[in-house]
Design a protein around this ligand. Structure first.
Ligand SMILES: [Zn+2]
Length: 365
């Protein structure tokens, strides 16, 4: 039995199934009705079945494991030049943290008997969904912006995904995809809308906490577009707190790209300039912006916008320190620098920064 869906805004509920709606009649994103929590104290690390990857935390996941490639338990390593720990989220089957959500989303698709999924993406989520769909034996159709990097199109196509290139803005890509969903062309496996995706991204918090013997850091600095990882971290740390496994939720500090920084702009006023190298987070209208604001206010968090120049400089630093990542993920360590300069993060604060995507799938000019 699959979890039913519930709208947190108006409390309508919907039965699970191939024909379940992709959002509530009121327009709000839906959530999985079940939000299981384990009983008892947290396991010691050596007792965790890390061979199951992120599914070691299945007690928190209201989906059964049906489509897996051994994802999760990415390394948490010290980064002395940044006085922080980096969570290497690019160490995943498709080279980005999006696999966290793809394994749970495609697992749920199998549970429901879905035969065809559709998704829109600037690259990484599309590759993740297409790859896990291949694993699950499900057809995937991925809408991408025309002119997206050839290496990302290849990652989708080599997994058998059908790529639909859409001219215009990133928003136009989503609109074209949603039209396809509404024509009945497939189940919307969206990393922004589908609650099953967040059931997977929450596991980043479980892993960070477990790898630190259930002592969460003071702050986590992470990229912020639709909030796929940001809200996953928020939900995960909250779930751990509700289970009594940790005492406090870390401050969640977002890093946006200048020119695409709706959350930072609403907190600090409009920023100038554009950051076109951070192509993975060029989102002007995040689907879950209310929850992003809640996560920020509930954790004494924040959001700032990072310039293209600072992103490029930080990317060089990362590469020279052995972290071969894609440009988008450099916004987070660049923001860490800025948060320190502003006094938001203090000298003795314990900070974790996820590095979200691999440089191996990027194209360098
Ligand atoms: Zn509703």
């Amino acid at each position: 039995m699959s979890s039913n869906l519930r709208c947190p805004a108006c409390s309508r509920t919907y039965s699970s199934g191939v024909d379940e709606p992709w959002r509530c009649e009121c327009g709000n994103p839906l959530e999985l009705e079940a939000g299981p929590l384990p009983d008892g104290p947290p396991p010691v690390f050596s007792e965790l079945d890390t061979c199951r990857g992120l599914w070691a935390f299945s007690e928190f996941i209201p989906i059964s494991r049906r489509a897996t490639l051994g994802e999760g338990f990415t390394p948490l390593v010290s980064a002395p030049d940044w006085d922080a720990e980096f969570k290497l989220e690019y160490v995943f089957p498709t080279g980005s943290f999006k696999d966290r959500g793809a394994t749970t989303t495609l697992s749920r698709a199998v549970e429901l008997g879905v035969e065809r999924v559709v998704e829109d993406s600037s690259g990484n989520a599309g590759a993740a969904i297409a790859t896990y769909a291949a694993r699950a034996g499900i057809t995937a159709e991925i809408y991408v912006p025309a002119g997206v990097k050839a290496s990302k199109v290849a990652a989708i196509e080599r997994a058998g995904g059908e790529v639909v290139q859409v001219e215009g803005s990133r928003k136009a890509v989503t609109e074209a995809c949603i039209k396809a969903v509404e024509r009945g062309e497939g189940w919307y496996a969206s990393h922004a809308w589908n609650p099953a995706f967040f059931a997977g991204t929450q596991t980043v918090a479980f892993e960070i906490a477990a790898q630190r013997d259930w002592n969460p850091p003071d702050a986590v600095v992470l990229p912020l577009g639709h909030g796929t990882l940001f809200l996953g971290a928020y939900r995960g740390f909250r779930a751990l707190e509700n289970a009594g496994w940790i005492d406090s939720v870390p401050r969640l500090l977002g890093a946006q790209a200048k020119g695409y920084a709706p959350i930072a702009d609403s907190l600090h006023g409009e920023t100038e300039g554009e950051n076109d190298v951070a192509d993975g987070i060029q989102i002007r209208e995040p689907v879950r912006d209310e929850e992003i604001h809640e996560a920020i206010s509930e954790t004494d968090g924040g959001a700032i916008a990072v310039s293209q120049k600072d992103t490029e400089r930080e990317l060089d630093r990362l590469h020279r320190a052995g972290f071969y990542t894609e440009p988008t993920c450099a916004v987070a360590p660049a923001a860490l620098r800025e948060y320190r300069d502003r006094g938001v993060i203090e000298g003795n604060d314990d900070v974790v920064v996820p590095l979200t995507g691999s440089g191996l799938k990027a194209e360098w000019s």
